[in-house]
Design a protein around this ligand. Structure first.
Ligand SMILES: NC(=O)c1ccc[n+]([C@@H]2O[C@H](COP(=O)([O-])OP(=O)(O)OC[C@H]3O[C@@H](n4cnc5c(N)ncnc54)[C@H](O)[C@@H]3O)[C@@H](O)[C@H]2O)c1
Length: 424
């Protein structure tokens, strides 16, 4: 199913930075938009064809919307939602005192909409454009609307940036729409028809989470660049040049590489080099809390995998994959070794198999490591996948097997815990 491209009557609730830009830009796409705010200054401003605050390009969009009659505003929520098929909620969700997000404005607007739903002859899609934590649609918005069947709930987070908000709206980096109602999601996606972006239709909570993931990612990127800049400066290196060249690696750096939730990292490079850069940072008195938190974060992730593996393992359990990732026989700093040691320590009976660590053909330093340094694990390694499957009652995957191995594991009918994906 495609987004439903149709001109709509839209109520934009909250005419702050997000709401004003959303209202004016949607009017420019041909929709009839009624903005509503409890602040009379913002409403008057739109009614006079003027933007309520400075944002490059907004004045032109508001004035054109006003002149065409497609953009208007009111203080009265009932009037705004009267003819509307969609209400886009753009109210504030500021920080609460304890750091949590305050959902008061959002809850109150929904409570104001709720009593007006019974009298409606057509549905009102309630789409939350404000940033709201995953679960808000289900746990706050839907109950505040009384779970009314005339008001399907949608999450449609905003990604614009102040200072270039109009441009960001008209050339979106991302369009995310989430709902339990596919029809409602497609209608909301259809509001943006004509913009150069493909709508991502997802579940309600997923849409809410994507917004948080994006903002957290942006913050981490800035924090990372600043820490690299700080240590570079202390070392007499041009940090801007370092980051600019780093960004030219489109395969590993500015790409989707390393951005899939999965198993903890390990191996001979990442842990060693993180230890060195944070040690040197400390010696140079450069505070780098972000980089210093990465190895503890990785340990916490490994602990989650161990808990899941402990809960899953029973009888004889087969562990598929011993190296720190697929397609290598390098055992240095493999987190799987630590995971196996934890399971052995808790009395689990294990067998181990890795397609690239074959006891019949292993040689050199890997052989010495396996049989001299970790003989307690070396003796658990089975000769082949068949051995693992026949000797085990269940399987833990620590890496993604090649197709033939995956087929054999599936054909065995053994229960599988895949910690190469997200541990439970
Ligand atoms: N500002 C940004 O750059 C940006 C970008 C993306 C997402 N967001 C998110 O969008 C949301 C809105 O942000 P903003 O910066 O536009 O906030 P804002 O504070 O500028 O605007 C919120 C508006 O909602 C109005 N309002 C509150 N309760 C109301 C009610 N009951 N009825 C009518 N109007 C009501 C307020 O008067 C205000 O004008 C937040 O969740 C924010 O996190 C903001």
């Amino acid at each position: 199913m495609q987004p439903v491209a149709a001109r709509q009557t839209i109520a934009v609730v909250g005419l702050g930075y997000v709401g004003s830009v959303t209202a004016a830009c949607l009017a420019s796409l041909g929709h009839r938009v009624i903005g509503v705010d409890r602040d009379p200054i913002k409403v008057d401003s739109i009614l006079q064809g003027l933007p309520p605050f400075y944002e490059p390009g907004l004045d032109q969009f508001v004035s054109e919307g006003h002149a065409s009659g497609r953009l208007t505003a009111t203080l009265d929520l009932a009037e705004a939602i009267g003819d509307a098929g969609v209400a886009l909620l753009c109210v504030g969700t500021p920080s609460a005192e304890n750091g949590d997000i305050s959902l008061e404005q959002l809850r109150r607007v929904c409570q104001e909409i709720a009593p007006r739903l019974d009298r409606r002859s057509k549905p009102l899609i309630v789409a939350v454009r404000s940033t709201a934590f995953p679960g808000t649609g289900e746990d706050v918005v839907t109950p505040a609307l009384g779970g009314h069947p005339m008001a399907p709930v949608v999450s449609n987070p905003e990604f614009l940036r102040e200072g270039c908000a109009v441009k960001d709206f008209m050339e979106p980096s991302l369009l995310v729409v989430g709902s339990a109602s596919r029809e409602a999601a497609l209608t909301v996606a259809g509001l943006y028809q004509g913009l150069p972006v493909e709508a991502q239709i997802v579940a309600l909570r997923t849409a809410e989470m994507i917004k948080y993931a994006c903002n957290a990612f942006h913050a981490v990127k800035i924090g990372f660049a600043n820490e690299i800049g700080a240590i570079s400066a202390r070392l007499g290196v041009d940090g801007e040049e370092v980051m600019s060249v780093l960004c030219k690696d489109y395969k590993l750096n500015t790409s989707s590489a390393y951005l899939r939730p999965g198993f903890a990292f390990g191996g001979s490079c990442l842990p060693k080099d993180l230890r060195a850069i944070t040690y040197r940072g400390q010696s140079l008195n450069v505070k780098m809390p972000l980089l210093q938190s990465v190895l503890p974060g990785n340990d916490a992730h490994l602990a989650r995998a161990i808990s899941a593996a402990l809960a899953f393992s029973a009888g004889t359990t087969g562990v598929y994959g011993l190296a720190f990732k697929e397609n290598t026989d390098d055992l240095r700093e493999s987190p799987v070794i630590y995971l196996i040691e934890q399971l052995i320590g808790k009395g689990r009976d294990l067998r181990v198999y890795d397609p690239h660590i074959r006891i019949d053909s292993i040689y050199g330093s890997n052989k010495r490591f396996l049989f001299d340094t970790i003989p307690h694990i070396g003796r658990l390694v089975t000769a082949g996948l068949d051995g693992l499957l026949t000797q085990s009652g269940r399987i833990i995957l620590t890496q993604s097997p090649p197709a033939a191995d995956r087929a054999a594991i599936e054909a065995s009918g053994l229960p599988v815990l895949d910690i190469s994906r997200i541990p439970g």
